[in-house]
Design a protein around this ligand. Structure first.
Ligand code: NAD
Length: 307
């Protein structure tokens, strides 16, 4: 079985490629990535010499190239996206173009070549915020920032190809990931590197926003399990239920890096900042998934990787 991994030079996609090669999950893996500011082949170091793996630099909006690449694949994992909320607030145009139209290009190629599975990598942010309880896969999509709105749009488009073209799709929605290869603009790697350098850690608002954190390898395992054991047309939440306020994450980072609480500064909140996300993951657990990394273990490893 051959897999096409889009956005595989980015954070989660590159972890997926490393994991899938280590586990020998596919005969061949082709990674395609446009190498935007967020992607680098350095994230794929150690996989590029592997005979089972090929890297192609291309944009998922390039219809001819995607048609050629999808033709050789049995399963497509679409990780490629513009992924940073703050950037989407500044300018949403690339988010709409890559996250929505790029997904459309891949879906059309997938229909054309009658592939076995189209796996869309989505996010808990499409549900919007939840102050109490947990989101199930049946909850409505109520995104509250341009990034999550484009991801929700892509989810709807993917689902429509299941209904109208019988394309066997799976959507996975995970909580916040952390671990190796995450871009330094994201909270955990940013705060670890700043803390190690003795710099200030700028916390949005009063730091009370709650996120669930999943070590990236657990998400990769969940995505692959849902791809093969999930029901076509279905959505699967992926999350390790490690709920922390942003302030708690900041304090845990300071402790793990030997920093001082004096480094914390509170800055103006992000507009439309969701207060809390939380996922019910029982549907994926019923397929046999459970997280293998605690937040503390994952954080310790991430700090050691960045030292
Ligand atoms: P990332 O920004 O680290 O990686 C995205 C990759 O996509 C980069 O390598 C980039 O070069 C590539 N890319 C961007 N536009 C492209 C285009 N037009 N054509 C080809 N490649 C392109 O993002 P990530 O954190 O690894 O997220 C991967 C996926 O997982 C995204 O779809 C994101 O929405 C989703 N997700 C992320 C998280 C998280 O916590 N990081 C949580 C839930 C879901």
């Amino acid at each position: 079985m051959n897999a096409l991994v889009t956005g595989g030079a980015g954070f989660i996609g590159s972890n997926f490629v490393h994991w899938a090669l280590e586990e020998d999950r596919y005969d061949e893996i082709t990674t395609v990535d446009a190498l935007t500011y967020a992607g680098t082949t350095a994230n794929l170091e150690g996989t590029l010499e592997d005979d089972r793996h090929e890297f192609v630099e291309a944009d998922i909006r390039d219809e001819d190239t995607m048609d050629e690449l999808v033709a050789d694949a049995n399963v497509v994992f679409n990780f490629a996206a513009e992924s940073h909320v703050d950037r989407s607030i500044e300018d949403a145009s690339e988010f709409v173009s890559t996250n929505v139209d790029g997904t459309r290009v891949l879906l059309d190629a997938a229909v054309e070549h009658d592939i076995d599975r189209f796996v869309q990598i989505s996010t808990d942010e499409v549900y919007g915020e939840i102050l109490e309880g947990e989101f199930t896969e049946d909850d409505p999509l109520e995104p509250r920032n341009p990034y999550s709105a484009t991801k929700a749009s892509a989810d709807l488009l993917v689902r429509s190809y299941y209904e109208t073209h019988d394309l066997p799709i799976i959507i996975t929605r995970s909580s916040n990931n952390f671990g190796p290869h995450q871009h330094a603009e994201k909270l955990i790697p940013k705060f670890i590197t700043r803390s190690l350098a003795g710099k200030e850690l700028p916390v949005y608002g009063d730091g009370s926003n709650v996120r669930e954190w999943t070590y990236v390898v657990d998400n990769c395992r969940g995505i692959d399990l849902a791809a093969h054991e999930g029901e076509p047309g279905e959505v699967y939440n992926v999350g390790a239920s490690a709920e922390r306020t942003n302030l708690e994450v900041t304090e845990a980072i300071l402790e793990a890096t030997g920093g001082s609480e004096d480094q914390i500064t509170f800055v103006e909140d992000r507009p439309g900042h969701d207060q809390r996300y939380a996922l019910d993951t029982s549907k994926l657990e019923a397929l046999g998934w459970e997280p293998t990394w605690s937040f503390e273990q994952g954080l310790e490893k991430t700090v050691n990787d960045l030292r």
